[in-house]
Design a protein around this ligand. Structure first.
Ligand SMILES: [Zn+2]
Length: 130
């Protein structure tokens, strides 16, 4: 399998930044119409499970959507951090280059397909984001 070139990594980084902007936009849309205190409480809720009262203002669906966006944001930030550390596009488990088609389909992928399958089968632990 060929190594990722610097321009592959640059493409990956650009894609991650685009996705990050989209996810942030979605989060803002979820939070729109709430005052600043409520927004802060909601963000705290997702950051450390605090402020249950804030979360209770939202419907289950809204909460699930917001949770999904927050998870995506976390994965994107972890992938960007890996690029900063010079290991962008490399599997966080075995260090092999993640195939480009996989990165194009899911730029925030942290593992190669083989390791992903082992994680899903419970053979190995998932890498911690970041
Ligand atoms: Zn791997």
């Amino acid at each position: 399998m060929r190594q990722l070139t610097p321009s592959d990594v640059e493409e990956l980084e650009n894609e991650l930044r685009r996705e990050r902007a989209t996810v942030l936009e979605a989060i803002r849309a979820h939070l729109a119409g709430r005052d600043e205190d409520q927004q802060r409480e909601l963000i705290n809720y997702f950051a450390d499970g605090d402020s249950r009262a804030a979360a209770e203002q939202l419907s289950e669906t809204e909460l699930a959507l917001l949770r999904h966006s927050m998870d995506e944001l976390e994965a994107i930030d972890a992938a960007l951090k890996r690029i900063d550390f010079g290991v962008g596009g490399l599997c966080a488990v075995c260090g092999a280059p993640i195939p480009l088609p996989r990165l194009r389909a899911a730029p925030a992928s942290q593992t190669c397909l083989e390791c992903q399958q082992k994680i899903e089968a419970g053979d190995i632990a998932a890498p911690r984001p970041g």
